[in-house]
Ligand binder design. Structure first.
Ligand SMILES: Cc1cc2nc3c(=O)[nH]c(=O)nc-3n(C[C@H](O)[C@H](O)[C@H](O)COP(=O)(O)O)c2cc1C
Length: 169
């Protein structure tokens, strides 16, 4: 496959995966996923992200209590909490955009490696509780939790609005 076809394939066929096999992910793989996140662009290249890897079952169970998507967190062998480091921030909107790019890089890497993942945002309703459970310094602000595992489902159909609806002119 040509490079452009590979990129299109990975972007288009990535789906959110919410059911996982009971199989661990090795640490090198987890580090590679985070490393690819850090290759995202950021304003002034300020790289305002920080990560916490959560594998411990009891800790996952506590974090799971902070979202209505608790089953996803409990079943995923690994969750990665992604934080905005406000001490590195230069422009809140742009920093948050960079974090989004970082998370998307992670999701694409997860998919390309034959793993599955999902971006969990609902948990932000209990952001402070999560930060407390993880004992996070006050300058870090939770942006999302990414749940990762070997996929036990193929994901949804991947419905998107047609371009005619989204290109204004
Ligand atoms: C900012 C953001 C927050 C999200 N939060 C959740 C969430 O809390 N729970 C969940 O199951 N999926 C969550 N998702 C995943 C979306 O539901 C999913 O990406 C969307 O339905 C499109 O499906 P696809 O990823 O399979 O293409 C979130 C996605 C984004 C970008």
């Amino acid at each position: 496959m040509e490079r452009k076809d590979i990129v299109v394939d990975v972007i288009k066929n990535r789906r959110s995966i919410r059911k996982f096999k009971d199989k661990p992910i090795d640490d090198d793989t987890i580090r590679k996923i985070i490393e690819m996140g850090t290759w995202a662009p950021s304003g002034l290249n300020n790289q305002p992200w920080k990560f916490v890897i959560i594998k411990d079952k009891e800790l996952k169970a506590k974090i799971a209590e902070c979202t209505k998507y608790s089953g996803i967190i409990r079943d995923a062998p690994v969750c990665i909490a992604v934080f905005l480091d406000n001490s590195q921030s230069y422009n809140r909107v742009k920093d948050i955009q960079a974090i989004g790019a970082c998370i998307q890089n992670m999701l694409l890497t997860i998919h390309a490696m034959g793993l599955g993942g999902v971006w969990l945002g609902e948990i932000l309703n209990k952001r402070e509780e999560v930060e407390q459970i993880l004992n996070i310094p006050s300058e870090l602000e939770l942006m999302a939790v990414v749940a990762i595992g070997y996929p036990a489902e193929s994901g949804g159909k991947g419905v998107r609005k047609p371009l005619s609806e989204v290109i204004l002119r």
